[in-house]
Structures are given as structure tokens and as C-alpha cells.
Design a protein around this ligand. Sequence first.
Ligand code: ADP
Ligand code: MG
Length: 696
Amino acid sequence: MVNRRTLQTSVSELPGVGIKLEATLNRLGIHRIQDLLFHLPFRYLDRTRLTPIGSLQIGREALIEGIVELSQIRYGRRRQLLCQISDGTGALAIRLFHFSRYQHQSLTRGAFIRCWGSPRRQTGKMEMIHPEYKLIPEERRGATEETLTPVYPTTEGLTQTRLRRLTGMALDILEQDREGPRELLPGELLKTHALPDLLSALKYVHRPPPEAELEQLSEGRHVAQQRLAFEELLAHQLSLKAIRKRFHQVYAPPIRADERSLARFIQDLPFRLTGAQTRVLQDIRHDLCKPTPMLRLIQGDVGSGKTVLAAIAALIICDGGYQAAYMAPTELLAEQHYAIISGLFAGTGFPIIRLTGSMTRKTRKEVLEQIQDPSPAVIIGTHALFQEEVSFGRLGLVIIDEQHRFGVSQRLALLEKGMAANNYPHQMVMTATPIPRTLMMTAFADLDLSVIDELPPGRIPVRTVALSNERRNEIIERIATVCKQGHQAYWVCTLVEESENLQVQAAEETMEFLTDMLPLHRIGLVHGRMKAKDKEKVMRECKTGQLDVLVATTVIEVGVDVPAASLMIIENAERLGLSQLHQLRGRVGRGNQSSHCVLLYQPPLTDTARARLEIMRATNDGFEIANRDMELRGPGEILGLRQTGLPSMRVADLMRDYRLIPSVQAAADYLIESDPDCTRALIHRWLPQQQNYGNV
Ligand code: ADP
Ligand code: MG
């Protein structure tokens, strides 16, 4: 029979994949057969060697073979099947709490089995609880696996055995699929960078030979993995460059600033713009004058003053007769921007309109009508701005704050949304993500980059200390002192699992603890499970000084501006990414008093954790923190990566693989020039959902 399955075929065509399994696979992002190939193991088991039972080590997973000498059901606290196995070098018990009648009948005296499990010692005897096991016929004894056994990321309802069988089939198809271009990278590229071809790379990572370097593999640094990471990074680059090219070919209204109005606005600001702000403003003005959409990323450390630049850009747009939409990641921030922009625009006569998800139907309807009106205005809101029923009268600029909450696709969808009569809006994205320039330009290669590399003058650097959790009582005194001086304190409860429920629980406990310890102080609580309205109320109380201490979960992470806050306490600091710590710490030190940050940690600290907290203590510079964190962190320490806003990839990890970037960029430029087919195929392989935008 001719095998018609190719890499592009849906996984549902594979034998044994029914509707239910297909849905499960889809949940892992596996739709096509080739997606199975790019679903890589995260560790490996060595089942190529048998361990004599006599030399098993406690806690060390091993493969053994032996004969069942005794098998019985025990009725104790829990019913269990207990078998005694021996191989001449020693004996081992196997304990099963869940077993079928078949298992009971087949695991009888004299049966020969092979087991994989982690031995432990129980009342002096070696045993394995629920090991993976197989009955072995006489002639297969001693015939172990020929390759290392992959362990894949999986989800409920999908066993490793199942996944191994599926990836095995996908590898077979890869080998047979002569139609599909399985190798997309040109030979000379592979040669230049000393990379293996796709087939060998995939075979190696899915079924490594017994002698493979396990450590290198589990760190993702093997050349076979690097080859795949290279290809994925390349596809991302190509896609972003294609998007960029496409937007350089569409029309956006060129808008020149009204110099008098602009000068007056800047004159009326409560401060002078910093040199960096002025420079970035030049970039923005320059972009807005062009008949193609501005696509600019404005990167500036926490507190560098991005909001005012957004306000100025919005003013230029309004003066030009268009609307500006300003999108914040949370209602809280939308509210804050609304207040700030309303203040700054007071003398301009342009209306500031607010649209959030929590408005009543009636207000919402009125607001939607206002937005449809083509006269100049600033419209501020959350994602709600870009829902279906919102239609802008004359949108000239989209401002996205803290873009790490939005992916590329969402950003592009916004541009399409704002488009009217072949007229694209300009787009300005603002982020505090402190990642180095090269990484930034890789991750956001479709955007131009401006950096605000200077803080407003007069800021007093936040003093940071790390404190063991066992000494948390000492902080109480510090809080009392701060409050006596009329300042406020934040206490942030963080958990790595990011289960909002657990965070809320931790925050409520802290709230109780603090209320007990500081009975005379006003303590507020804000967390993600609260209604937007209640959250806003608490934040407003905080801003207006009606609270002394604010206990919060990480909801306050982004952008909240309370100048009187001068003490920040962060729990579980050793487990957070440094970028996130930096963001959180940036909530204090915004006024002109000296501020402190206490990083609470759970001892004992690993050396790396200690070094990372030391970085936080030593510097307040987000860029330096990011650079040093990158040097320090091993692949085991990627917690907090999600907060950096880097795009998530299947194989590659920008932090781990950043050394590949220069060659990836060179390769991207080369391919765009020389091989459009290859470019298209690579984007299709890795980013099927983004090719509509690329349109190469
Ligand atoms: P971020 O870049 O983190 O969004 P903000 O825009 O919230 O920072 O600005 C932080 C604080 O600094 C605000 O209180 C703002 O009014 C103030 N600020 C902004 N620019 C200047 C400046 N040039 N001089 C003095 N203060 C400034
Ligand atoms: Mg901000």
C-alpha cells in the first residue's frame, strides 16, 4: 500500500488516533504530524542497560529483570499486590496498589519481568512502588532498548508510551516522505554553521543512542537541538521581517505636529523632559510624518517616563484631526492613564474617553457612539477597545502599554482592526522589559526600537536588602517607621505556581498577620480575584493616602504609580525572575523620598539564588540586571521567563540560545534575498498562524 501520509497530514490520520486523542494532542499544540516531531523530550531515561538487583541504589531509577518468586495479595490498610523478584544477585519487592485481575493472574510465580522504577528501602528491603513493567518471553531476556528513552511534556490522558509510539510513527513518515521538503535549510547554510541535517537531528533528539551525552541533551545544548533551535529562530526572524516589509508597503496618514500646540503642551508639563525623552520624541515625530505606519517599540526602564511620551504622541495625532487609542493591560492601569492624560490634556479641549469591560450597558453604548464619531479624541481602555463592536471614527494611532501582555498576533490584529479604507493607524508599543538590545531586536524584529536610557533627575535609588523569612518579624518595625513619616508600604505575596487562588490565600494570611502586628495602621488588600471596581477602590485609597500598607498579589506588578510609597516587601523573592523583581521594586522610589525594598527569601539559598539576590541589591539598572541574570542563569533557573515578554517558542529559548542570534540574522537576510520559497516554507512550518500577516 502506498503511504500517503506526509508531515503536513493531520495527526488524526495516524493509526490509533481517534477524536478524543486528537483533541488531547491539539491541547499540546500538536495538529499536524510534523508537530509531533517538534514536540521534543525534556529528559531521557537510560533503559539500554540492565542493573543487577544486587547493585541497585536507593532513589536512582533503573532497569532490572528478574523472575517472580512469590506473588500475593495483601489486605492491610490498603489492598495491594506484592511480588518478590529475584535475578540471582539480589531480591526486590514490587508493590502495586492498583491492579487488574489480569495483572494478578499474569504476575505469578515463575513469570519473567522487566521493570523500570526508582528503588526505595522499606523495613530493610528494597522495593519499587508501581514501576513500569513488562512480561518478557524467554527469548527476549536481556534484550534492552537500543536507544535512550525520551520523556515528553504531556497532559492528562496521554501516556508516555502512547507519545513514544506516535513520535516513532512520525519519524518513520519523515524518513519516507519524499514529497514534503523535509530539509528546508540550504546545504551551504548547514555547512557554514556546522549543523546536522533535519532528519539526523530529529532522530537524535527523539531516540538518542546509548552513548549520548545526557547532560548536554537535558540542557538543550546538543548540536542536534541547536540545529532545531536555529531553524525555529530563523523562521521567527523571517516572519517578523516579512511582516515589517508588508507594513512598509501600506498607507498610514502622515501627521505633522502642530508646533505651537506642541510647544505649549510641553511648556505646561509639571517637569522638563529628559534628554532621552526628547530624543525618543524626535523618533516618534519622524515616524508620524511618513505615509507608512509607525511601528515603534519604546523601551524604557520602570519610571523612565513613558506615559508622558504617549500623551504627547496622542496630542500630535489629535491636532492632526485623528483619534488616538491607548490600551493598557489592566483596568487599574487604564484608570490611572485616564486620570493622568485627563490632567495633561486639560488645556487642549480634546475629549478623553474611557472604555473598559466593567461599564454598564448604557454607558457602554454611549461611549461606543462617541468613539464612532470621527472627531479627534483620546480613547483609553483595556482589551475592550478592540472588541468586535467597537468601531473607530478616525483612528490615527494605537498606543499599547506594557506590551509583554500581548503577543505578535494580537498586535497585528489590532492594526487590521484599526484599518479603515486602506488607512492603517500608526502603532507605538511601550515596554519596560529590560532585555538587551540584541535580544530585543530579535524578539521584535518587526518593530523599530527607541530606548529611553535615562531616568528623570532627582530619583533616589531604592536601597535593597535580602532577608530570611525567619526574620520577617523585624520588618514590622520598619513598616511602622515608614508610616510614621507619612509614607506607605507594599507587601507583595508571590508564588511561583501562579495559581491565583494560592496567591490570594497567601495574601489573606499576610493581611491577617499584619493586622495583628500593626493594629493601629490602615491595611488594604488587593488581589486578582477581586472585582475590578473593588480593586480600583482599594488602589484609589492607596493613592490618596487613606491606607498605610497595601497587601497585594502580583496584580500590582505593572505600572501602578503611587509616589508616596517608600517600602516594598516581596515574598519568595528567590523564586522570581529578576525582571519581575525589578518591575515590582519599581513601584517604590517614584517620589522624592528615599525608599527601601526587602526581598524575603526562604532559606537555604542555592549559590545561584544568592548571586541573583546580590545583583538586585547591587544595582537598580534594569538593563544591567537583565544582562547579569542572563550570564548567571542556568537552564534550570528559567522561572520568571514568562514575564520577560519574549515570544514563546517550541524548541528555541531566546535566553538559552542567544548565542545563535548573529548567525540566525545573517541567515535570515541571506534567505530573504536568495530563496523566497525556502522563506515561505520555513514560516509555514513553524508559524502557520502568522503567514497571513507575512504575505511574502
Ligand atoms: P513608566 O516609564 O514606568 O511608565 P511613568 O510614565 O509612570 O513611568 O513615569 C514615572 C513618574 O515619573 C511619573 O510620576 C511621571 O510624572 C514622572 N516623570 C516622567 N517624566 C519626567 C521628567 N522628565 N521629569 C520628572 N518626572 C518625570
Ligand atoms: Mg508605565
